[in-house]
Design a protein around this ligand. Sequence first.
Ligand code: ATP
Ligand code: MG
Length: 336
Amino acid sequence: MTSERKRILTGVRPTGALHLGHYVGALENWIRLQEEYECYFLIADYQVSDHADQIRDLHRQVHEVALDWLAVGLDPERSHYVIESMVPEHAELTTWLSWFVGLGRLQRNPTLKSEMADLEAAGSDAIPVAFFTYPIMQVANILLPKAHLVPTGEDQAPHIEMTREVARRFNRLFEREVFPIPDGLVGRVPRLVGLDGNAKMSKSIGNTIDLKDDAETVTQKVRGMFTDPTRLRATDPGHVEGNPVFMYHDAFNPNVDEVNDLKERYLVGKVGDVEVKTKLAAALNAFLDPIRERRAHFESHPALVREALAAGTDQARAVGRETMAEVRSAMQVDYL
Ligand code: ATP
Ligand code: MG
């Protein structure tokens, strides 16, 4: 059952609950585009090698991602929920494509470079070989269903650039247009800052507001957020630019008049952090309420979550087998 719609491939690592950064960086585009594209949403369990000690937790984490997706409204009737390691063609294509990525090219990938530096700084005594090569697997993930579009946050752009290079190189080498050259698409907020003011809200850093957090947790987290470090008293003029609290207001508070009023008063020292944060927590909780409701529904229907994963993974295997047959034929390694 191959649809005529153009295809999307994108995904997340099953390393923890999805958060506000995922929403504005990626999920929002996925939700919108699932009407127009045939979407393959991937749970990239092969790419969690930097958490090898927590491998027993993957089972639960994979189901948690699927729950978060159902909660935000990614419709498994239209789109395919795919478990990466249950489609062996991902590993097969990764092996072939790793012939066409130079060592130096991989070492220069800026996202990989900074992630490896973080791992080393955190004291991991070794970076798994599988971590170093994960961008090649990401290339294979995108090319296996012949995706045209890859909507992600900004940090994934170097991997998409590599994918374009590999696809072009493969097509040229084997004189066949096997792979479309995919485009990237970065979300409304390319990289949402963390609660701690870190440049990226990230599961691994633990500076997140999760889509499944309850109202009280959200309120507490907002209360503890970084604001303007130069401002000591509510009567001091403050900075709006680069202030995480206002970045979140801009991203999630639909009441533009309220946000503008808070900004004007903040700049001249006429509003305290408490009011700015109370209004932010209210806006976030209003935004998260329908997501929480849908999540509760699917939590009490685990069979629906399992079915979504099973059906999507089957579909990805079918498409993966087709592509691998073409790849083998193009490379003339279809020996028998
Ligand atoms: P980890 O820290 O385990 O890598 P993560 O929070 O970076 O987790 P991923 O699963 O790696 O999450 O990323 C899933 C998708 O969400 C990617 O498209 C990524 O670009 C996007 N994304 C993640 N964090 C943010 C953020 N803070 N702002 C915008 N987009 C984000
Ligand atoms: Mg990441």
